[in-house]
Design a protein around this ligand. Structure first.
Ligand code: IPM
Ligand code: MN
Length: 359
């Protein structure tokens, strides 16, 4: 089959890790007879440098007509350290999420047996952890009214949610829980925030449509602690935009490295796949960044295109690379395989699959 993929390498290590994901997709195409046609476009700091706009029209147009989007990373320290910058790389990603209606961000968190020794957490606590974080992505404080008083001494960020925004997220999270271990934990701050009380009321009402799923609620401060104390209690975590952003970085410690966490951002019309890590500017151009989160994002992309076997082969290859210690520095400082070597290993594994199918 033939698929049109918009590729947005972005900033920092984005292009390096996306190159590996493309290499892996190329191998999948060769073995399973698919053609991936790429349209490579700009977003983020590189787009500002070239066009003055973090999300050029051309990028948005390409995303709107492709079958799926593969994205690397965004951000540049020259903007982080300039609070008065009017145009920022991150605005590109936020605008893209909003314009494409990518309201649901799915972040799987797994403790790989081969990496348990790499986590600062104890084996008996994390072994067997398998969580899916459902983070709302186009609402909340990220997209509320922002203001700064004329004298620059008072800043305001508004947070709002509608029943409709909560319900559409809720349905997706409940459906996922239904196909997993049938438990959904709503994480909020309903003891303080009005928006959280609306989440609680809406999700509690929605739960009646999913009687086979057990629903639990938890305040976000407690959830931050529980994720480290007893992560196995969670199956699907459903939460708002900001809480989901924070908790998913925290949860990455369970997996051994943030360089392993992939994500899918989906809406009713489009889907984007990206690693959850940032642009890691210190590593740019050094061929040391972990490409596995991007490669696993490519696997999620294939699954979205209904290529289940192909997605599973990539996941098996990643598992194998971890077992054999073919990993980058973030996972094991003794083992210093480069970004491209890890990508080569995954690519070879996929080709070897073909050989073993033939024999
Ligand atoms: C993420 C990132 C983004 C976010 C930034 C780059 C805007 O941290 O995808 O988690 O906060 O959503
Ligand atoms: Mn984040």
């Amino acid at each position: 089959m033939r698929f049109n993929i918009t590729v947005i390498p972005g900033d920092g290590i984005g292009p390096e890790v996306i190159d590996q994901a493309k290499k892996v997709l190329q191998a999948i195409g060769e073995v399973y007879d698919h053609t991936f046609v790429y349209d490579e476009v700009l977003m983020g700091a590189c787009a500002i440098d070239e066009t003055g706009n973090p999300l050029p029209e051309k990028t948005l147009a390409s995303c709107k007509k492709s079958d799926a989007i593969l994205f690397g990373a965004i951000g540049d320290p020259k903007y982080d350290n300039d609070p008065s910058a009017k145009v920022r790389p991150e605005q590109g990603l936020l605008k893209l999420r909003k314009e494409l209606g990518l309201y649901c961000n799915i972040r799987p968190v797994k403790a790989y047996d081969a990496l348990i020794k790499n986590s600062p957490l104890k084996e008996n606590i994390i072994k067997g952890t398998d969580i899916e974080i459902y983070r709302e992505l186009t609402g909340g404080i990220y997209f509320g009214i922002k203001e700064l008083s004329d004298d620059g001494k008072i800043a305001f960020d508004g947070c709002s949610y509608s029943v409709e925004e909560i319900e559409r997220m809720g349905h997706l999270a409940f459906k996922s829980a239904r196909n997993r271990r049938k438990k959904l934990t709503l994480v909020d701050k309903a003891n303080v925030l009005e928006t959280s009380r609306l989440w609680r009321k809406t999700i509690t009402a929605l739960a009646k449509e999913y009687p086979d799923v057990e629903v639990d609620t938890m305040f976000v401060d407690n959830a931050a602690m529980q994720l480290i104390l007893n992560p196995k209690q969670f199956d699907v975590i459903l939460t708002e935009n900001l809480f989901g952003d924070i908790l998913s970085d925290e949860a990455s410690v369970i997996g051994g490295s943030i360089g392993l966490l992939a994500s899918a951002s989906v809406g009713d019309k489009a889907a984007l796949f990206e690693p959850i890590h940032g642009s890691f500017p210190q590593a740019k151009g050094k061929d040391i960044a972990n490409p596995l989160a991007s490669i696993l994002s490519a696997a999620m992309l294939l699954r979205h295109l209904d290529l289940e076997t192909e997605a599973t082969v990539i996941e098996n290859a990643v598992q194998k690379s971890l077992e054999l210690g073919i990993t980058t520095q973030d996972i094991d400082s003794e083992n210093d395989f480069t970004t491209s070597k890890v990508g080569d290993f995954i690519t070879d594994y996929i080709h070897n699959q073909e050989d073993s199918n033939i024999n």
